[in-house]
Design a protein around this ligand. Sequence first.
Ligand SMILES: [Zn+2]
Length: 429
Amino acid sequence: MPRKSAMESPNLISPEKIAAESASAQPAGALDACDHRALAKRMGLFHQQPDAPGMVFWHPAGWQLYRALEAFVRQVMERDGYAEVRSPQLMRRGVWEASGHWAHFRENMFCFGEADAADECALKPVSCPGHLGVFKAMAPSYRDLPLRLSEFGLVHRDEAGGALQGLLRLRQFTQDDGHILCAPEQAEAEVERFLSGVLPFYRACGFEQLAVALSTRPDDRAGSDSEWDEGEALLARVLDRLGWEYVVQAGAGAFYGPKLEFGMRDRQGREWQCGTIQFDLFMPSRFNVSYVASDGSRQRPVMLHRALCGSLERFLGILLEHHSGRLPLWLAPRQIRVLPISEAQREAAESLLEDLRAVGIRADMDASSESLGRRIAQAHEAGVAELAVLGAREVSSGSVALRGADGQRMLSRCEFLEEIGARVALPVL
Ligand SMILES: [Zn+2]
C-alpha cells in the first residue's frame, strides 16, 4: 500500500529546472567542510593513498557504514525477489569479446597476461557476463522466469588519474547490480515493478526529489531498428502509465539498448544520476543464452540491467554530503555512544554498552576524563547519532538520559533499549 501512494505523488523535478539549477550549483572542486572527504576524515571513515590510486582503505567505522548500506540494499533486493550470486573477478578475453567490452571498453579495463594470447584475461568492469553464465548453467525453463539475479559486484575500471575524486570516482567499486532475465512478454511488467520501488528507496535514504531520463539509440549500436523501436516504446509506455514526467536524452542509450536513469537532487541543489534500468537487445544472443518455452522450443530471454545505487561507494559519498555527516540512525556508523559522567558510573555504562551490542546496535563508550561537554562535542564531531548519558541520578533510578537531535529525555533502561532498538532498524519500504 505505501508503495502505491508513493507512486501517485512522485514529486518529480522538471528537466528544465534541473538544467538551470545544476549550472549554478557550486562546483565540487574545493575541499570544504561539506566535502565527503573532509567529513570522512572527521568521522574516521576511510583514507586513500597515492600508491593505490582510486582505491579505498575503509576504517572500522567506515566499513560499518558501508555494511549498513549493503544490508539495506540486500533487504530490498530480497523483498523484490532477487537471488544473490557471486561471479568471478577475473575472466578470459573471450568473455569480454562476447560482451562487447573488448571492442567498446578495453582501454578502461585492467588486463593480464600476454597481449592477444588466448589466456589473456581482465578484471571484470561489470557483472553481466557472469550472471549470463549462471543463467546458462541453470538451464531454466519458462516456469523459472522471470529470473532475477543480484550481486554486490566488485568491479575495476581504469579511470584517468585526474578524474579520481574520493568515493565519487574510483577505480575499484561495488555495484548493487541486478539482472532480470525474462520472457519478452514479461519485460514491461518487470520494468514497472522495478520503477515502483525506486522512489521509496531514495526517500528512505533522505532524497525527496527525483529526475527521470529516457536515453535512446546512439549512432554506434547493436540490434535492429525495429528492436530499438520496441525497447524505447516499452520504457516510455511504463513512464506514461505511471504519469512520470521525464526528459528524452536522444542518442544517450547504451550500445546494447535504451535505458532509464534516475537522478536524485541533494540539499546543495546538485543532481546525481545513480539508479538505472537498461533494456538489453544484445547480450543474451551474444552469449547464446536461451530458455525452454512451454512448447519445448528454445527461446531468447530479454535481459534487463538494473541498479539503485550504481556504485555503493559513490552513493555513500553522496549521502555523506547530502546529510553533512548527520546520517539517518539506521545508517549511522556510530548509532549511540554511552557517556558515564564520572568513573563511578563506568560499570553501569559498560553493562549498558553490552546490552546495546547484544541486540546489534552499533554502540561505543567514551569514559575518558575529559569534561562531559567536551566529550559531547567530540561525539558530535565524529557523527555519533545519539548519546546515552549516565550520571549518579540515572544509575540510582535505573534510567538513561537519551540525548539526540530533538533534545534530552529521561527513559527507564528498559524503555531506552526498546526505543533505540526500534529506531535503528533498517527502513521497511
Ligand atoms: Zn549488467
